[in-house]
Write a protein that binds this ligand. Structure first.
Ligand SMILES: Nc1ncnc2c1ncn2[C@@H]1O[C@H](COP(=O)(O)OP(=O)(O)O)[C@@H](O)[C@H]1O
Ligand code: SF4
Ligand SMILES: [Mg+2]
Length: 457
């Protein structure tokens, strides 16, 4: 049995309307039947456009969102069915590293306080002295000096803050760490350092990762297995090398065809599949194959009526496409879309909006392989955008389900008195001081601290 097994996981968010009575007028099918297995000591990379449900899937594993259907089995225990108190204990074994390092760290707490919080909640260390020693050891592992203990998040650069985020997960000695876009807020050169750190830690501590990213280059370097998501479901899954060598699903093919190849000869011959149509809204997903509205190989009737299951087609590949074999053999011709030379004038090879301006990619890093960003944001239709905003707002305001999770968290939180006193009297405003540039990155593009940072879970 694998360490972590998801079976048919669905997360459907109700869309409510009405002034007096909350009527459910529909659902956002954020995650709609995902089954996957993560082996102990390995890394599962999850890629897909923004809004395809990656974060929701990650959060559902930790039960930070309610699972509508399906099971999440960690080491033989179905987390979806665990009562709150038992789930709280299991949460130590499952930790999350968030995308925005600053937003996920409370600016008013020093590092010792931030890292102690979860330890106290889970009863790790008999006193603060013992916890401090452990924190120092972990800080050393993630490449931070022990004097970081008394400092505040704003005193660190973005890369260092993400190291703090990783340390916060590590002090709880988790089995699985879910890294949600762990480097996408960082400068390219720092991205590589953080990814390398994650790999070193995995080797040393035998960790198991789920790495979520919209950046194919990031997951390629670190993943043993990669799953590609489209509109709440996996469309393809394969060992990393096999997926990059020969993507089988039309969606993966299109994504990969946008990735520039470092070899100039190969690059000259590279062909790019141009998709037609916008990313549909997860509140109103297409019937049949979810990808049929944009698929260049879509076949009349069957593709629009029959939803393809993720099936094994050999070579470690699982593909959700009725015609994967015929497409691979060339038997099936394009019905729409276009295949163009990638070097054709006017084709934007790297349509990322957020390519950092500073920092040369380090040589032995995934960043050096030219990160290929999935141009999702641009394509997101207004409706999907709205529901995304609704999601974020809802989170900020703590809707019923988030509140439940928060309550459970609260129960786990240490009493105020237990917190180191240094945290209370030194309010720190991130924008007051520039980040200390120990690492070569621009601090200016970093996110402002959110009002309510994510707590250690
Ligand atoms: N709490 C929520 N309420 C309603 N919709 C949500 C909520 N959280 C996320 N969504 C929606 O679910 C879909 C998937 O979002 P998300 O998991 O954040 O995608 P990704 O991480 O791949 O960008 C989006 O359409 C988003 O708007
Ligand atoms: S099932 Fe049809 S629409 Fe879906 S990916 Fe395959 S060919 Fe395209
Ligand atoms: Mg996300």
């Amino acid at each position: 049995m694998s360490l972590l097994e998801l079976d048919g996981v669905k997360v459907h968010f109700p869309i409510k309307k009405g002034l007096l009575f909350d009527r459910t007028v529909g659902h956002v099918y954020a995650v709609d039947g995902v089954s996957l297995k993560v082996e102990a000591g390995e890394t599962y990379g999850l890629v897909g456009e923004s809004g395809c449900g990656k974060t929701t899937l990650g959060r559902s594993v930790l039960r930070l969102v309610d699972i509508t259907d399906g099971s999440v089995v960690l080491d033989g225990t179905d987390l979806a069915k665990l009562p709150g108190e038992e789930m709280r204990r299991f949460r130590r074994r499952l930790q999350m590293v968030f995308q925005d390092p600053l937003g996920s760290l409370n600016p008013r707490q020093n590092i010792e306080s931030i890292l102690s919080e979860g330890m106290i909640a889970h009863g790790i260390g008999k006193d603060q002295e013992e916890r401090r020693e452990k924190i120092k050891a972990i800080l050393d592992k993630v490449g931070l000096p022990s004097n970081a203990l008394a400092r505040y998040p704003h005193e660190f650069s973005g890369g260092q803050r993400q190291r703090i985020g990783i340390a916060r997960a590590l002090v709880l000695e988790p089995d699985v760490i879910i890294c949600d876009e762990p480097v996408s807020a960082l400068d390219v050169s720092v991205q590589a350092q953080v990814i390398n750190l994650l790999e070193e830690l995995q080797e040393e501590l035998g960790l198991t990762y789920v790495v979520i990213a919209h950046d194919l280059a990031v997951v390629r370097h670190i993943s043993d297995t990669i799953g590609v998501m489209y509109l709440g479901a996996l469309v393809e899954e394969a060992p990393s090398d096999a997926l990059y060598a020969e993507p089988k699903h039309p969606y993966t093919k299109a994504l990969m065809s946008a990735v520039p190849v470092p070899d100039p000869e190969v690059e000259d011959k590279r062909e790019r599949i141009l998709l037609t149509g916008d990313l549909p809204s997860p509140a109103n997903p297409p019937t049949g194959c979810r990808f049929h509205t944009r698929c260049p190989w879509a076949q009349a009737e069957r593709c629009s009526t029959e939803r393809p299951q993720l099936r094994d087609i050999g070579g470690g590949h699982r593909v959700a496409c009725h015609y994967a074999e015929d497409i691979a053999s060339g038997k099936l011709q394009l019905t729409k879309g276009e295949v163009v030379s990638a070097t054709r004038e006017g084709v934007d090879d790297n349509p990322s909006e957020d390519t950092p301006e500073t920092g040369a990619p380090a040589e032995d890093t995934p960043a050096a392989e030219t990160p290929a960003k999935i141009p999702a944001q641009k394509e997101k239709p207004a409706e999907a955008e709205k529901s995304a905003e609704a999601g974020e707002d809802a989170e900020a305001e703590k809707p019923a389900e988030a509140e439940k999770a928060a309550e459970a968290e609260k129960a786990a939180e240490p009493a105020e008195a237990e917190k180191p006193s240094a945290t209370e009297d030194k309010p720190a405003k991130a924008e007051d001081k520039p980040a200390k540039a120990d690492e070569p990155e621009a601090a200016s593009d970093e996110a402002e601290p959110s009002e309510e940072p994510e707590k250690a879970v």
